[in-house]
Design a protein around this ligand. Structure first.
Ligand SMILES: Cc1cc2nc3c(=O)[nH]c(=O)nc-3n(C[C@H](O)[C@H](O)[C@H](O)COP(=O)(O)OP(=O)(O)OC[C@H]3O[C@@H](n4cnc5c(N)ncnc54)[C@H](O)[C@@H]3O)c2cc1C
Ligand code: FES
Length: 265
C-alpha cells in the first residue's frame, strides 16, 4: 500500500557529474521498502511527481541517488538539509529475494546503478558480483559502496565478490561495454540470477547474455510516468506472458520484469 510521507532531508550532496545522493529520514517507508522499488517525489510546483529508485535502506533512512535531467531533478538538487520532501512509496514490484545459497550477478548502467546497491546488500544471496558501466570516469558513482557490499556478503569460506567498473571511453576501469566482463563472470561462476537496471539497449544485451548461459534474468524498466500508482496507463510496456503480448504498467506490475517476457523493440 503506497503511503504519502513528508521525509526530512538529512543530506543532499553532489557525488559525480550532475549526480546527487539524498539521505532522507522516513521510518514508515524504510520499514517497508523492498529491493528495486521506487518512490514518487513531488518536485516543487510540478504537477507530476518524479519516479526515483530506492538506492539504500538503513534503519529509518532511505538514500536516493539521482541525476539532474530536467526541471524536476534540478529542483531536487537545490534542496537542503532540514527541508521536507513529499514522497509517495514504496511503489512497484521490485527484485525477488534470492535463496541464501545462490550467487547473484548485478549489472548496472549509468543512473540505473543505484537500485542495485540494495540488491547487493539485501538480495538474500550468499555471494554477489557487480559489473557497473558508465560513459566516462566523471560519471562513476557508488564504486566504494558496491565494493563494501560485495565484500560484506561473502562468507569466510569464499572469496569476496568482485566489482568491475567499465567506462565506454576507457577513461577508468575496464574500457568498453558491461557485457564483456559479465560474460567472463558467467563463464567462471554458477549464478542463481542476474539483476539489471540501466538504459534499454544495455538491458537487452544483458538479457541476451544471461540467456546464452541459461541464467534467469530480471530487468528494471524505465518508462515515463504520470500517476505512478497504476491509474493512468502512461507507463505501459509490452510484455509477452503465456504466449500472448500484453501491455503492463511499469509502475504497478514492474518496474522489475522477467527479462524473457520483455518485448525488446
Ligand atoms: C521506476 C523508475 C525509477 C527511476 N529511478 C531513477 C533513479 O534512481 N535515479 C535517477 O536519476 N533517475 C531515475 N529515474 C528517471 C527519473 O524519473 C527521470 O530522470 C526524472 O523523472 C526526470 O525528471 P525531470 O523533471 O528532471 O526531467 P524532465 O525531462 O523535465 O521531466 C519531464 C517529465 O518526464 C518524466 N520523465 C523524464 N525522463 C524520465 C525517465 N527517464 N523516466 C521516467 N519519467 C521521466 C518526468 O517524470 C516528468 O514527468 C527513474 C525512472 C523510473 C521510471
Ligand atoms: S504511471 Fe500511471 S499507470 Fe503507471
Amino acid at each position: 500500500m503506497a503511503k504519502q510521507v513528508f521525509a526530512r532531508i538529512l543530506e543532499n550532496r553532489l557525488i559525480a557529474a550532475a549526480a546527487y545522493s539524498m539521505l532522507l529520514e522516513c521510518p514508515a517507508l524504510a520499514r517497508e521498502a523492498q529491493i528495486g522499488q521506487f518512490v514518487h517525489v513531488l518536485c516543487g510546483d510540478k504537477p507530476l511527481r518524479r519516479p526515483i529508485s530506492v538506492c539504500r535502506v538503513r534503519e529509518a533512512e532511505l538514500t536516493l541517488v539521482y541525476a539532474v535531467r530536467g526541471e524536476g531533478t534540478a529542483w531536487l538538487a537545490e534542496r537542503t538539509c532540514g527541508e521536507t520532501l513529499d514522497i509517495l512509496g514504496a511503489l512497484g514490484n521490485g527484485f525477488p529475494l534470492l535463496d541464501a545459497s545462490a550467487r547473484l550477478l548485478v549489472v548496472g548502467g549509468g543512473i540505473g546503478v543505484p537500485p542495485l546497491l540494495d540488491c547487493a546488500i539485501r538480495g538474500g544471496a550468499g555471494h554477489v558480483d557487480a559489473v557497473l558501466g558508465f560513459r566516462a570516469h566523471g560519471q562513476v558513482i557508488l564504486e566504494e559502496e558496491f565494493a563494501a557490499a560485495c565484500a560484506g556478503v561473502a562468507s569466510n569460506a569464499e572469496p569476496a565478490g568482485s566489482v568491475t567498473v567499465c567506462t565506454e571511453d576507457g577513461s577508468y576501469g575496464t574500457g568498453g561495454r558491461v557485457t564483456v566482463p559479465m560474460e567472463e563472470l558467467l563463464r567462471k561462476n554458477q549464478y542463481g540470477a542476474v539483476y539489471s537496471c540501466g538504459p534499454l539497449p544495455m538491458l537487452k544485451a544483458v538479457a541476451e547474455t544471461a540467456a546464452k548461459y541459461a541464467v534467469p534474468c530480471r530487468v528494471s524498466l524505465e518508462e515515463r510516468m504520470g500517476c505512478g500508482v497504476g491509474a493512468c496507463l502512461v507507463c505501459s510496456a509490452k510484455i509477452r506472458r503465456n504466449g500472448t503480448e500484453e501491455y503492463l504498467r511499469v509502475c504497478k506490475e514492474g518496474p522489475v520484469f522477467n527479462a524473457e517476457e520483455v518485448c525488446w523493440e
